[in-house]
Write a protein of this length. Structure first.
Lengths: 275, 309
């Protein structure tokens, strides 16, 4: 069927651009207003910035401790994505290559974590952390996030391992490589695309998560960005310029991620569907 | 295509166990153990952090019959249902419409998809705070826009009025979530072979008939998956209501949801029985989400069987 441009397509394009406006206007206002002062916003709520005034960013970053929150968030997110992906890779390899009952059963157990609202079991984690002295400890939060990554990551990675021809491993075996060498030097390089999907796709919810650190990180020095934001919104209530700058800081890493890895993100989103 | 594993000799049990162990440990400590423990917490009486005797379903009776739960629970729960209904209506009208419109748009598709999916990737907490500023009665841009286009009579303290606050949250949630269904619907539409729609066209089926009889049935699996995930998301709603109405669901509980009620009971109530009560709340919500998701899945499988014979 030929796709010709005709007059009937005009309303379609108009509606799509209209929704693009609905979708992006709030985020644009957030960024634009972060360059304006609170007085300017009060005088003219819909005005544009008069220049790249970075004063609010400086205030949010330094005075409102966003530097600490940002570094904490980055550290926690990167570490837990790394740890979660590493343990999921090892497990996924076994799920794909062994037919033993116990592993089939374990794979099912991990998978069930995709549908269950496991966050509701926060209270025992809180007391466990309390007993181990892990409250306000970023390392504890990293372990929790790594565990929460296992259902999705092992599911995606196992599916990918299954597509690899087993002959590769047999060839490596004949050449004298053991299980560990085969895994690290033959298979790992081959599953890189799946690793990319898993890493990108786990980064977003962990970066955004608010529930766990709200309850487990009680000391200001251990706040991640979302928890820092709640404190910040109480303290800077009327300082709109700084609030907008803070919100923008929390969003920038995701926008960058989306721009450089939109392919992996869409792959991850649609992968959930084949389940 | 699955590759057949030829024999167990491929991977000795010991090696397999060694590879699975780190994941199993993490999963057991931070997912299995807390779930089992939360369940047991809910069956005991508590004095602060001291575990008392086994009391059966007493905590469950408390959260359904005693104040403040007898009013707070149905109130919060009804808001979760509203969030689900709102998102379903929005994504299956606007979201589906956009996905269909984008399907054959050609060059601009990727650009539009990126623009529409943007809110979905932003942190829900950021989205909640952002909208609370946008909807502010003081100098919020939404009311300012209404005034600028001559609709000043509609300017309203959206989040301060108990009658509109929950609707604002329903809208904010749906606005953010819609990028996800849109992408999935788009992927499902892309999977429908062109020959099928073309054959129907040659047979003289009109555009609306083609959509109803071909596109929609083939979209059903995606619709089902999205509905289940929307259900789970709506029942778990937390960051947006927290950002907009705080942990108490202000104004006057108008924006309260189940997860907020759980949070308050567990961490802010100061009640001596809070561990038992909040654990019972968590288990009820857990069971409801689990049963709801499974029921939706079964209903969906039935629907598909009926359609495809």
């Amino acid at each position: 069927m030929k796709r010709r441009f005709n007059i009937l397509m005009l309303p379609k394009h108009f509606l799509l651009w209209l929704y693009a406006f609905v979708s992006l206007a709030p985020l644009s206002i957030m960024i634009l207003n972060s360059f304006r002062t609170t007085q300017q916003m009060a005088k003219d709520p819909l005005g544009l910035p008069e220049g790249l005034n970075m004063g609010s960013y400086q205030k949010a970053w330094v005075t409102a401790s966003f530097e600490t929150y940002f570094v904490n968030s980055l550290f926690v997110t990167i570490s837990s994505v790394f740890l979660g992906t590493a343990v999921s890779l090892l497990a996924a390899y076994v799920f794909a290559r062994s037919k033993r009952k116990v592993f089939v059963w374990l794979e099912g157990l991990f998978l069930s974590g995709l549908l269950l609202p496991v966050f509701l079991a926060i209270l025992p984690i809180f007391y466990l952390f309390d007993a181990l002295g892990l409250i306000s400890n970023l390392g504890g939060l990293i372990l929790v996030y790594a565990a929460l990554s296992i259902p999705f990551s092992s599911f995606i990675l196992a599916a990918f391992f299954r597509q690899l021809p087993i002959e590769l491993e047999e060839a490596a075996r004949i050449d004298g490589a053991g299980h560990f060498r085969t895994f690290f030097f033959v298979l790992l390089p081959l599953v890189r695309p799946a690793i990319a999907t898993v890493v990108v796709f786990r980064f977003v919810p962990i970066w955004n998560d608010f529930f766990y650190p709200l309850m487990l990180m009680r000391d200001r020095a251990s706040y991640t960005l979302p928890v820092g934001l709640t404190r910040f919104f109480g303290e800077y209530q009327t300082d709109w310029a700084t609030l907008f700058a803070g919100l923008t800081i929390a969003t920038i890493p995701l926008v960058i991620l989306f721009l450089v890895a939109s392919k992996q993100l869409v792959a991850g989103l649609t992968a959930g569907m084949s389940k | 295509m699955k590759t057949r594993v030829k024999s167990h000799a491929q991977m000795p049990f010991r090696v397999g166990m060694l590879f699975v162990l780190p994941a199993l440990l993490l999963f057991s400590i931070f997912i299995l153990y807390p779930l089992a423990t939360a369940l047991s917490y809910s069956f005991f009486s508590w004095k602060g952090t001291l575990q008392g005797p086994f009391v059966g379903f007493d905590n469950y009776v408390t959260i359904f019959t005693r104040a403040p739960f007898d009013e707070a629970l149905p109130n919060a729960f009804s808001h979760n249902l509203l969030l689900f209904a709102g998102a379903m209506i929005f994504q299956n009208s606007v979201g589906l419409g956009i996905a269909v419109a984008l399907h054959k748009i050609g060059r601009l598709k990727r650009l539009f998809q990126t623009m529409f999916a943007m809110p979905y990737l932003v942190s829900p907490l950021v989205v909640g705070y952002l909208w609370s500023l946008l909807l502010s009665p003081l100098f919020g841009p939404v009311n300012a826009t209404l005034k600028a286009v001559g609709l000043g009579d509609f300017a309203h303290p959206w989040l301060g009025d108990p009658n509109t606050a929950i609707w604002a949250i329903v809208f904010i949630t749906a606005w953010q979530w819609i990028g996800f269904p849109m992408l999935l619907y788009g992927a499902a539409l892309g999977g429908i072979p062109e020959e099928v729609t073309e054959a129907a066209e040659i047979d003289g089926a009109s555009g609306s008939k083609r959509f109803r009889l071909i596109t929609l049935p083939l979209l059903l699996p995606a619709l089902g998956t999205v509905s289940i995930l929307t259900f789970i998301g709506a029942m778990e709603a937390f960051p947006i209501p927290f950002a907009v109405g705080g942990s108490t669901g202000s104004p006057a509980g108008a924006t309260d949801v189940m997860a907020l009620l759980f949070y308050r009971t567990a961490f802010e109530s100061g009640d001596v029985g809070s561990i038992g009560n909040s654990s019972a709340l968590a288990m009820v919500l857990f069971l409801f989400i689990f049963v709801g998701a499974v029921a939706l899945r079964i209903a969906l499988a039935r629907g598909e069987r009926k359609l495809y014979g």
